[in-house]
Design a protein around this ligand. Structure first.
Ligand code: TXA
Ligand code: MG
Length: 316
């Protein structure tokens, strides 16, 4: 018997309350959720993901008033950004409230908070009535999942997944640290730095370069397929490769497969992780990706591509 949508959500909330993990959709990528107030659930989260314990997680909340459940204060810049972009694909790093577990913050005195816009994520948060700690629902180092199928590839049937279609944004949230005088970008995302600067009225630290500084504790290769990924200008001659490109397959192409992604940055971002997963699951020995153009709306895409193309053994 199929359970109805409402039952899925009630079931997910029940599992979370009893300290279990639940995967759920957000508009960026699927998250692997745990009760953010339950230390043994958070420990389970790190264990299942295979994630180092000094690598902090994001707490997901439903309403603006819940920011102060987790943050010691919400400075004016944070309030402006919250008003403009929450709910949505933005994460704010704030000073943590005293009670917040060091397990969530990786021992730092800051906490990352996000308010997803996806209706299923919101329904789960509403039913659960608390903060949900949720990293992307993949094993450490793998590509983030944007579909139920991708979550199942990561965890099989071991984790209950609330279904919610394909994530619409497709790349992880933009992360802004608002704990010091000058806000800093920690991870570029599909909310562009220009959009953020327009709201706060000052330039972001880290916003002037193509690739933002790394999130503390982050590895360079962090969103990587298992097969070697080459970033190329022209993949026509890529012989033993699954190719990902924005143009149609040239007649001369003799490689394994040729996948066309949308031409615009938003559509490209939405489809990228799924295309990388499909290429990784194919019989081709390697993946070749024709680099998309540069420009502000492509920053997050290029950031993830550079990471994905860094071989895992070169991790620092
Ligand atoms: O779009 C997203 O943000 C997705 C969905 C599920 O919400 N989540 C996600 O979580 O990407 P995760 O754990 O895969 O990435 C969270 C990033 C990590 O790079 C982590 O280092 C950073 O957020 N982070 C978390 N807490 C932080 C903190 N207190 N200070 C600095 N960075 C932090
Ligand atoms: Mg992740």
């Amino acid at each position: 018997m199929r359970v109805s949508g409402t039952d899925c959500i009630a079931h997910a909330a029940q599992l979370l309350k009893s300290g279990e993990l639940v995967a759920f959709p957000t508009e960026t990528v699927y998250g692997l959720g745990a009760d953010a107030s339950n230390e043994s659930a958070i420990k389970k989260l790190y264990e299942v993901k295979g994630r180092p314990s000094n690598h902090p997680v994001i707490v997901h909340v439903l309403h603006h008033e819940q920011l102060t459940d987790w943050a010691a204060d919400v400075p004016e810049t944070a309030q402006l950004l919250a008003k403009a972009f929450m709910p949505g694909p933005l994460t704010l790093v704030l000073r943590k409230a005293p009670h917040v577990s060091a397990l969530l913050t990786g021992g730092q005195d800051t906490i990352a908070v996000r308010m997803p816009a996806h209706p299923v994520a919101r329904a789960v948060l509403y039913a659960f009535r608390g903060g949900i700690a949720a990293p992307s629902a993949n094993r450490y180092g793998n590509i983030s999942p944007t579909t139920v199928k991708a979550v199942r590839e990561e965890f099989g049937d071991a984790i209950y997944v609330v279904p919610g279609g394909q994530s619409d944004v497709g790349l992880e949230s933009t992360i802004i640290d608002v704990t010091s005088e000058k806000p800093r970008v920690l991870r570029p995302g599909m909310i562009s730095l220009a959009q953020i600067e327009a709201v706060i009225g000052t330039p972001l630290i880290g916003g002037e370069t193509q690739n933002a500084p790394r999130v503390p504790g982050a590895k360079r290769s962090h969103y990587a397929p298992k097969k070697p990924l080459k970033l190329v200008a022209d993949a026509t001659m890529a012989m033993e490769s699954a190719v990902i490109a924005r143009r149609a397959q040239p007649v001369e192409f003799r490689g394994d497969s040729w996948t066309v992604l949308p031409a615009k940055a938003s559509g490209y971002a939405r489809e990228l992780y799924r295309a990388l997963r499909d290429a990784d699951n194919s019989s081709a020995p390697s993946i070749a990706l024709e680099l998309p153009p540069h420009g502000p709306e492509w920053n997050a895409v290029h950031d993830r591509l550079q990471r994905a193309a860094t071989p895992r053994e070169e991790d620092e």
